[in-house]
Design a protein around this ligand. Structure first.
Ligand SMILES: Nc1ncnc2c1ncn2[C@@H]1O[C@H](COP(=O)(O)OP(=O)(O)OP(=O)(O)O)[C@@H](O)[C@H]1O
Ligand SMILES: [Mg+2]
Length: 387
């Protein structure tokens, strides 16, 4: 029930070197916002500043319209769930969940009602008398979430809550968190992860952060947007490479022609390819990076290609068969390896020559400073418009 606003927020620890630079960010009242980015980029630091566990070096932090820079954690109306659960080992599940409410001198029957309600939602009713050591990792994390829910906070803060769980439990608990957010649609959620699948599936809004030298150059925020925005319209080469797995293929190129339907570039190595981007700000001869995702490189026979398609001929270096689909690694004259995502039924062998088609609308260009060239509005993105 509270929006969060960060204006010009900076953070440096003792040594005075900023780890968070120039963060301007609005998180809506019932929004699910995910902080995503490489290790050390400052996701936890940003979250802990919102929680009140770290002070804000510079800038304004408001929750529910109130400036909270100097408000202690306990008075911010936020509840935080950590990766490490942080449950009390000597208390039962019930006592763990009731602890914060008892501390706040909540009447006993109200405590009981809230704990049982949270236990029902989280399917912990049968476990209320157990101690944490008799629970699985996933159950412990549910208790930690329950402890946050009973406090009915305006803001839920999660710091990699699923990273101690195995793949199956991660998946299940992720779905549970999505379901919970729907039930608590009035609370805002800020969720830190470095797992792209969690970010893509849970977030209304992703905040992708830069790390290291990039923060000096561009500030901490690489891009803010809905998950599919970041996927289809990455603002920079960094975002394009971070979102999507396997990551986007990048090839060095030079602009050779600019027209209303896109831009033609010549790859270092000689071939000509097309990207459905606005060429207005580019110069013929300018060095750029051409980008295409593995899922947009399609294996084709013969010469099936339209006027806005590019076709690359390459040799297969390695085939990874995952059952559902196949990753085909291809030797490239630029000395890099291109990856194409083919159907699981594709039968290929090392050394085989193949042809790959990319539609211009699925191809990206990046200028030398790392920024993306705007996609054409008219570019019909194949992945955005499934047949
Ligand atoms: N208490 C501290 N004192 C000094 N530097 C710190 C402190 N806590 C974090 N840092 C530094 O601040 C930067 C951001 O750390 P932070 O923990 O926020 O990153 P993160 O994005 O959460 O990383 P991870 O994905 O590994 O959890 C790092 O360079 C880290 O070394
Ligand atoms: Mg962290």
């Amino acid at each position: 029930m509270a929006s969060i606003s960060l204006r010009g927020v900076q953070k440096s620890y003792g040594d005075g070197v900023p780890v968070i630079r120039n963060v301007d960010l609005e998180i809506g009242e019932n929004e699910f916002c995910v902080f995503l980015g490489p290790s050390g980029c400052g996701k936890s630091t940003l979250l802990r500043m919102i929680a009140g566990l770290e002070d804000v070096t510079d800038g304004d932090l408001s929750i529910g319209g109130r400036l909270v820079n100097d408000v202690p954690a306990a008075q911010r109306g936020v509840a935080m769930v950590f990766q490490s659960y942080a449950l009390f080992p000597h208390m039962t599940v019930y006592e763990n969940m009731a602890f914060g409410l008892k501390l706040a001198k909540t009447p006993r029957d109200e405590v009981d009602r809230k704990v049982r309600e949270a236990a029902r939602i989280l399917q912990l009713e049968a476990l209320l008398e157990r101690r944490p050591k008799a629970l699985s990792g996933g159950q412990r994390q549910r208790v930690a979430i329950g402890r946050a829910i009973v406090r009915e906070p305006g803001v839920f803060l999660f710091d990699e809550p699923l990273s101690n769980l195995d793949a199956t439990l991660r998946g299940q608990t992720r779905v549970e968190i999505a379901r919970l957010h729907k039930q608590f649609a009035k609370a805002s959620v800020v969720y830190v992860t470095h797992d792209q699948i969690e970010a893509m599936t849970l977030a209304d809004k992703i905040v992708l952060l830069h790390a290291g030298k990039d923060t000096e150059r561009y500030g901490s925020i690489a891009q803010i947007g809905a998950p599919l925005d970041l996927y289809h319209r990455p603002a920079s080469r960094f975002v394009a490479g971070f979102i999507g797995s396997p990551r986007m293929n990048f090839l060095a190129a030079r602009v050779t022609a600019i027209d209303a339907r896109g831009v033609t570039v010549t790859l270092d190595g000689g071939e000509t390819v097309r990207a459905g981007v606005e060429g207005g700000a580019l110069q013929v001869g300018e060095a750029v990076t051409f980008g295409v995702r593995p899922e947009h490189l399609e294996l084709v026979e013969g010469t099936q290609a339209g006027p806005e398609d590019s076709v690359l001929a390459r040799s297969v270096a390695l085939v990874e068969q995952l059952g559902e689909h196949t990753y085909v690694h291809l030797d490239d004259p630029q000395g890099v390896v291109l990856i194409a995502k083919a159907p699981g039924t594709a039968r290929l062998h090392q050394g085989e020559r193949v042809r790959l088609r990319a539609q211009a609308a699925a191809c990206h260009l990046f200028t030398e400073d790392g920024f993306a060239v705007r996609p054409l509005e008219s570019a019909v993105h194949p992945a955005a418009h499934p047949a």
